[in-house]
Design a protein around this ligand. Structure first.
Ligand code: SF4
Length: 452
């Protein structure tokens, strides 16, 4: 099982953010939060027993605002409640302005945090100001060096492209500057204008302009190419890693592993059941104290499960295993979506190999549109009876046979050393595509997000 812990505090609210986070206020609010979280952990430990946990992810919000020794206390309680596996990935989202004290960084390492994901977002002070970020570019670079000097060997950075006023040249220059630091992992998200945020209002009223669609597409394509040239594996639409540094938490989510989310607003999916903790801290606290947290779960419908399978797997470089679709639906993906698959294949947006369908980089760029069409077709098909074996497509047949023989498939890009995790986070990424399509994906869980 994957464990996600939502820390709902930030120094101040960024102008593009729709996550559940509160401005860090009175110390009592933080203390109350931590005490409730510890009780929630104990509650789940009692309910579930020593369930093996392969990954713990502190997301938010800004988890790095909590004192390192508090993170240690939480991790001690995690270890009491669950069977944390040797070598488990313990990730924490962190913002540059909260990574300044070497002694805190060393304590974080000592208490077991072994992976940091830094919310850098961009290296231009004017744009950081537009985004409402509480740090400057120089602080981000200094924080990265401080984290390395403290001994962290697995450090990632989150960046956003497609920012108001940003040019392709600026984005590529920033990317080159970041790459010179050799982070182990990079998450590059296209800016999403979340309804109701100040940034969305600025763009809607014309005070700010997003880059043209063509420039946004080039930021995704050229950025990915640069990172690959620099030795990063493009293992998910928005994620790149040096070999062996793929985020195991997120991979687990994309592969459909169970995850338990703790803290206000956290989502969980366990054994085919899904629920969200309340956002309101008082309601969350009451549910924990009354032992009711997680008791109002919904059973995932077959339709939701298959839509999530398609959505999550097609985000990854490995892709969607045709056999997994059959196991879930009793139907044949290639037959069900024959015309669309042929079309996408012909246009160079999709490839089939070893029993896996994967989007090419061009396909990733327009993934929202592709998913929207797949969702519509799947929803119609799910109302039909289960079918008999299909007539394979030309190259798909070969792929399926090869998969049956080997019992496993690898995508053409191949993602080595991966356990077969959420953003995560939401992250339908591509700004160019986001403008063109409005898919109706299943609700995205909160675990494993990268954004802070
Ligand atoms: S983007 Fe991240 S750091 Fe900014 S307010 Fe949202 S959760 Fe906090």
């Amino acid at each position: 099982m994957l464990l996600y812990i939502h820390v709902p505090f930030c120094r101040r609210k960024c102008r593009y953010c729709a996550f559940h986070s509160l401005e860090m206020g009175a110390a009592t609010a933080v203390r109350d939060y931590v005490e409730t979280l510890l009780r929630e952990l104990a509650l789940w430990g009692d309910r579930m027993g020593a369930v093996p946990v392969t990954s713990v992810f502190f997301g938010g919000g800004t988890p790095s605002l909590l004192p390192a020794r508090t993170i240690g206390t939480i991790l001690d309680r995690v270890a009491k409640a669950f069977a944390v596996q040797p070598g488990a990935e313990i990730s924490m989202e962190a913002n540059p302005e909260s990574l300044t004290r070497p002694s805190e960084l060393r304590t974080l390492l000592k208490v077991g945090v072994n992976r940091l994901s830094m919310g850098v977002q961009c290296l231009d002070d004017a744009m950081l100001h537009t985004l409402g970020r509480p740090h400057r570019a120089r602080e981000a670079l200094d924080a990265f060096r401080a984290v390395r000097a403290a001994g962290f060997q697995n450090v990632g950075m989150d960046l956003i492209w497609g920012l108001p006023g940003q040019t392709l040249r600026q984005w590529m220059q920033q990317l080159k500057e970041v790459v010179r630091l050799r982070p182990d992992h990079l998450s590059c998200y296209g800016l999403t204008l979340e309804p109701g945020t100040p940034l969305e209002d600025d763009c809607a009223t014309g005070r700010l302009d997003l880059p043209p669609e063509r420039a946004q597409a080039a930021m995704f394509m050229d950025g990915a190419e640069l990172l690959e040239t620099e030795g990063y594996i493009h293992y998910e639409i928005s994620n790149f890693a040096r070999m062996g540094f793929q985020c195991r938490h997120n991979l687990g989510y994309w592969e459909g592993e169970d995850y338990l989310g703790l803290g206000p607003s956290a989502a969980s999916t366990l054994g085919g059941l899904r629920w969200n903790n309340p956002e309101d801290h008082a309601v969350w606290t009451r549910q924990v104290d009354e032992g009711r947290v997680g008791t109002e779960a919904e059973r995932l419908t077959p339709q939701t499960r298959v839509l999530e399978l398609i959505m999550l797997r097609l985000r990854t470089a490995r892709g969607l295993r045709v056999k997994a679709y059959r196991e879930l639906t009793g139907r044949d993906f290639l037959r069900d979506h024959q015309r669309l698959v042929h079309l996408l294949h012909r246009e160079g947006l999709l490839r089939i190999r070893d029993g896996y369908l994967r989007l090419t980089r061009s396909g990733m760029l327009v993934s929202n549109s592709i998913l929207e069409r797949l969702f519509e077709d799947t929803e119609t098909l799910m109302a039909l009876p289960v079918e008999t074996p299909a007539t394979p497509l030309p190259d798909a047949g070969k792929a399926a046979a090869s998969n049956a023989a080997s019992g496993a498939g690898q995508s053409a890009q191949g993602v080595a050393g991966q356990p077969a995790r959420p953003d995560a986070e939401r992250d339908a990424p591509t700004g160019a595509d986001a403008a063109a399509a409005s898919p109706s994906p299943p609700p995205a869980p909160s675990a494993g997000r990268s954004h802070g």
